[in-house]
Design a protein around this ligand. Structure first.
Ligand SMILES: N[C@@H](CCC(=O)N[C@@H](CS)C(=O)NCC(=O)O)C(=O)O
Length: 201
């Protein structure tokens, strides 16, 4: 199967980590595409034009990170990311959704600052900056919980990938005052599959 992504998509990187964690590298070919341009070949089979997108060998495909994660997870047992025990752990589920919200918010921020200066919305940027800072404090005070430890799960991945966007947004300062989160990020950052998921632009 083929994994369509841009080299910079945070969601694409998350899926690359899951591919590695599930031992699926031999079955998934990375295809680098562009987005947000007219007439991309991607639109022929994925009309939304969003990535990541998994094109299955038999000609169908799936977009959206949770659905792709579900698909990849069920290919190789044991289930790790979706239907596993933590699906009924509502504290886990609540934090996973909050980490997903952080990634969505910071992604909106990145997209906004990539627009021409005269098209950017200062109020949107201020909103996303304050959301990200609030959520960084939220996770800093919970990061010693066991749910942030042990084998990578979706909660950890959403949070790590959101924090990683500091490399793309100079105003994203989640580090100041959040020393627990800084230590946690540094530990996740050294994991083998997390390193292997990096690609140069
Ligand atoms: N909710 C989606 C978000 C995916 C997303 O926002 N992808 C961006 C790249 S990071 C994209 O494809 N943008 C191109 C477009 O909107 O046309 C997911 O979880 O996969």
């Amino acid at each position: 199967m083929k994994l369509y992504s841009t080299k910079t998509s945070p969601y694409g990187r998350l899926i690359r980590i899951i591919v590695l964690e599930k031992g699926l590298s031999d079955r998934v070919e990375n295809i680098w595409t562009e987005t947000r341009k007219p007439d991309l070949p991607l639109y022929e089979f994925n009309p939304s034009g969003r990535v990541p997108y998994i094109r299955l060998d038999e000609g169908t495909g799936i977009e959206n990170t949770p659905a792709i994660t579900d698909y990849l997870d069920q290919l190789v047992s044991p289930l790790r990311f979706t239907q596993s025990a933590n699906r009924n752990d509502w504290t886990y589920r609540s934090w996973e959704a909050t980490a997903n919200a952080m990634l969505d918010g910071v992604s909106v921020w990145v997209r906004e600052i990539r627009r021409p200066k005269n098209e950017r919305s200062p109020s949107l940027i201020a909103h996303e900056k304050s959301r990200a800072e609030r959520l960084a404090r939220f996770f800093d005070s919970r990061i010693s919980d066991h749910r942030f430890d042990g084998p990578l799960n979706l909660l950890q991945l959403y949070l790590y990938i959101a924090l990683e966007l500091e490399h793309r947004i100079s105003d994203l300062d989640w580090r100041t005052g959040n020393t627990n989160l800084v230590d946690w990020h540094a530990r996740i950052d050294t994991l083998d599959n997390v390193r292997r998921s990096l690609v140069s632009d």
